[in-house]
Write a protein that binds this ligand. Sequence first.
Ligand code: ADP
Ligand code: MG
Length: 305
Amino acid sequence: AIMPTLLSGIANGAKQGILFKNGAQLEQIGRIKAIAFDKTGTLTTGQPDVDQVIPAPGYSECQVLQVAAKLEAYSEHPIGQAIVTAAQTQLEEQLSSPDTVLTKLDTPTTIQAFPGQGILGWLDRQPTAVGQWQFVQAYNSACPPTLQARSEQLQQAGKTVVWVAQADQILGLIAIADRVRPEATGTITHLKTLGLVPIMLTGDNQATADSVAATVGIDRVYANLLPEDKLSLIRQLQQQYGAVAMVGDGINDAPALAQASVGIAMGVAGSDVALETADIVLMSDRLERIAAAVQLGKRSQRIVK
Ligand code: ADP
Ligand code: MG
């Protein structure tokens, strides 16, 4: 009687936009006790916008954004895409205004993306870094104090701050405003009523993470995580709770998705690696389907037993 039950569960899932890669995962998701969520692209839309650009003394907004976009053109991170879009808009506006002189920038070389941290490359014969503070700091000198203060304010307001640095100079920061998915809060509430403990695992900084977590109702937050940190936290959570699910969208989530008892990927926002690694794919990125999947899983167990 197992096969027909699982198959009908899988079919029901498919109708609701939940793609189970195999029947074992349907049963497994009915057993999970805790569920870890990535933040950027998962609890948030993954279509963030550039909110503001703050140049360091001696630089212009335009320089900061254009330098960042040159590198981010090679990134598949949602933050990178937001920066490229904003830079294009800025260029179009400038082209239509006759008295602006455009800064010509070379095509960057030896670009390397560091999942969960930022992107690095050579631009105009100088090492150039775009990413979170710890990342750019490794390549550059001190931060102008005025920018540091602005950065803290922005993060407490839930914005992600991306730093732009070249050679030993901080050129400025870009504040990224990410929208919490409209169904995120309802989904977390629903999962709690099903008896699951929600947890946030993010590569973003603590202040931004806390702000988003408070909005959606998650009490347990781990920030500043690299991909391998997300993986070891899933291991720890498994020791504490037994079966643990992980929901994510990025390359940076792939190790954690593989380690989790059930890996769940965002079907639309998700990167190829996340989609390949996950056991379950949310076809239209609708988070509330996770609660439906848990209920399908519980039901399939009840029938099998
Ligand atoms: P999350 O875990 O919330 O999905 P990530 O691990 O993808 O976030 O990224 C963590 C942080 O690393 C981002 O908040 C950002 O500060 C920085 N970062 C990662 N990739 C990039 C990029 N391509 N450009 C700029 N910053 C980046
Ligand atoms: Mg993400």
